[in-house]
Design a protein around this ligand. Structure first.
Ligand code: ADP
Ligand code: MG
Length: 381
C-alpha cells in the first residue's frame, strides 16, 4: 500500500470512528460574555457534557428552566483556541478527502463573526476558525509532504438578497456570480469566482483582509449590511500521493446572516425585500436539514443560493458542524431560545457515513475531460 493509505488510516482510526458513530452533523453552542453588567444573566448552567440550562426571566422558578443538549457548549470564558481544538479533527478530515461545512448561526451581536473571523483588526491571539483552520491545513500539508503533495485554493463570496458577489475580485460590485454544477468537485461551485492559491498564513491573512474590506465598502451604503448577508469562505484542497491517487475536498466556512426575526410591519421597500430574502435563505437551510433528518427522497437544496452552494457539504456525504450562538443577557431571551431550539432540532439529525473523495488519476482525468467538453458544448450553444 502507498504512503497515502498509511496517513489516512492513522487519522481515521480513532476520532473519525467515534465521529462516524455520532453521525455527521454536530452542533456546538457558544455563549458570549455579557457586555452589560446591569442586565441580568440568564445562563443557569453549562455542563461538560453539552448541557445548557437557561432561565426564563419571566418565570425564574423551577418551571422556567429550559434545558438543551448539544455536542458541546462553550461558555463565556472559552477561548478561541479551546473552540478550535474541538474543531481541529474536522479540519484534519478535509485533508483526508472529506467535504466539511462549518457554519455560524445566531442573532446579530451573538458572536458569529468572532468565532469565524475573530474581532475586527484583532490581535493574532484572537483569530477565529477561518484563520486557525487554514493555518492547520498548512501544517498538515507540510507534515505529509513526503507522501502527498497538496494544493490549497480559496474563494470568498458574499450572498446578499439571493445574489452571489465575489469578495476577492478587484471590483466586487460588478460581478454577480452563477452557481454551477461541477463534476470534478462532486457538487456545486462558483467557476467564475476568483480563486487564489495560498501557500502561507500571511497570504491567507492578506486575502481575508482584502475580502473584509470589500465587504465593508458596501456596508456603508446599506447600513449594517454584513449582518444581513452570508459570507462564505471556501477552501479547496487537492492532493496527489506518490502512486497517483488524487483526492479533492472542500471546506466551507460560513458566517450566516443574523437569525433575528424582522418585524415586517415596521419595514418597507428595500428593507422588506432584504428581510424576506434573509428569512427565506435561513428557513431554506432549516428545511434542507430537516429533510435530511427525515431521510426524504427530495432535499430542497435548490430553494436558495446558500443551500445550493453548500449542497455537496450538507448532504449525507459530508461532515457538518453548526455553531449556535447565544447572548447571555436576559433581554435576548426570545431570540436566544429560538436559536437554541433550531440548533436542538439540527442536532437530532443523523446522516450516513461521510464519503471519501479519492480517485485514481485516470478517473480524475476523465472527469476533467467531461468538464471541458461540457464547457465547449455550452460555448457552442
Ligand atoms: P455577530 O457576528 O453574531 O453579529 P460579533 O461576532 O460581531 O457578532 O460579536 C458582537 C460583539 O461581541 C463584538 O464586539 C465581538 O468582538 C464581541 N464578542 C463576541 N463573542 C465574543 C467572545 N466569545 N469573547 C469576547 N468578545 C466577543
Ligand atoms: Mg457578524
Amino acid at each position: 500500500a502507498s504512503g497515502y493509505y498509511r496517513v489516512v488510516k492513522e487519522n481515521r482510526n480513532l476520532y473519525n470512528m467515534v465521529q462516524d458513530l455520532k453521525g455527521n452533523i454536530r452542533v456546538y453552542c457558544r455563549i458570549r460574555p455579557s457586555f452589560s453588567p446591569e442586565t441580568k444573566n440568564m445562563i443557569d448552567f453549562i455542563g461538560e457534557d453539552g448541557t445548557l440550562v437557561i432561565l426564563d426571566p419571566l418565570r425564574p422558578q423551577k418551571e422556567g428552566k429550559k434545558v438543551f443538549q448539544f455536542n458541546r457548549v462553550f461558555g463565556p470564558t472559552a477561548t478561541q483556541d479551546e473552540v478550535f481544538k474541538d474543531t481541529q479533527p474536522l479540519i484534519r478530515s478535509v485533508m483526508d478527502g472529506y467535504n466539511v461545512c462549518i457554519f455560524a448561526y445566531g442573532q446579530t451581536g451573538s458572536g458569529k463573526t468572532h468565532t469565524m473571523s475573530g474581532p475586527p483588526g484583532g490581535s493574532m491571539k484572537d483569530r477565529g476558525i477561518n484563520y486557525l483552520a487554514l493555518n492547520y491545513l498548512f501544517q498538515l500539508s507540510n507534515k505529509r509532504k513526503d507522501v502527498i503533495n497538496y494544493d490549497i485554493h480559496v474563494q470568498m463570496v458574499e450572498i446578499y438578497n439571493e445574489q452571489v458577489r465575489d469578495l476577492l475580485a478587484e471590483d466586487s460590485s460588478t460581478t454577480k456570480l452563477e452557481i454551477r454544477s461541477c463534476t470534478s468537485d462532486n457538487g456545486f461551485c462558483l467557476p467564475d469566482a476568483t480563486m487564489r492559491t495560498v501557500k502561507s498564513t500571511t497570504e491567507v491573512l492578506n486575502l481575508m483582509k482584502f475580502g473584509e474590506v470589500n465587504r465593508a465598502v458596501s456596508s456603508t451604503a446599506i447600513n449594517n449590511r454584513s449582518s444581513r448577508s452570508h459570507s462564505v469562505l471556501t477552501v479547496h484542497v487537492h492532493g496527489e500521493d506518490i502512486s497517483g491517487n488524487i483526492l479533492r475536498s472542500c471546506l466551507h466556512l460560513v458566517d450566516l446572516a443574523g437569525s433575528e426575526r424582522v418585524d415586517k410591519s415596521e419595514v418597507t421597500g428595500d428593507r422588506l425585500k432584504e428581510a424576506q430574502y434573509i428569512n427565506k435563505s435561513l428557513s431554506c437551510l432549516g428545511d434542507v436539514i430537516m429533510a435530511l433528518a427525515q431521510k426524504n427522497s427530495h432535499i430542497p437544496y435548490r430553494n436558495s443560493k446558500l443551500t445550493l452552494l453548500l449542497q455537496d457539504s450538507l448532504g449525507g456525504h459530508a461532515k457538518t458542524l453548526m455553531f449556535a450562538h447565544g447572548s447571555p443577557e436576559e433581554d435576548s431571551f426570545g431570540e436566544t431560545v429560538s436559536t437554541l431550539k433550531f440548533a436542538q432540532r439540527v442536532s437530532t439529525v443523523e446522516l450516513g457515513a461521510a464519503r471519501l473523495n479519492r480517485e485514481s488519476r485516470d478517473v480524475m482525468q476523465l472527469k476533467e475531460q467531461i468538464e471541458s467538453l461540457k464547457k465547449a458544448l455550452a460555448n457552442k450553444e
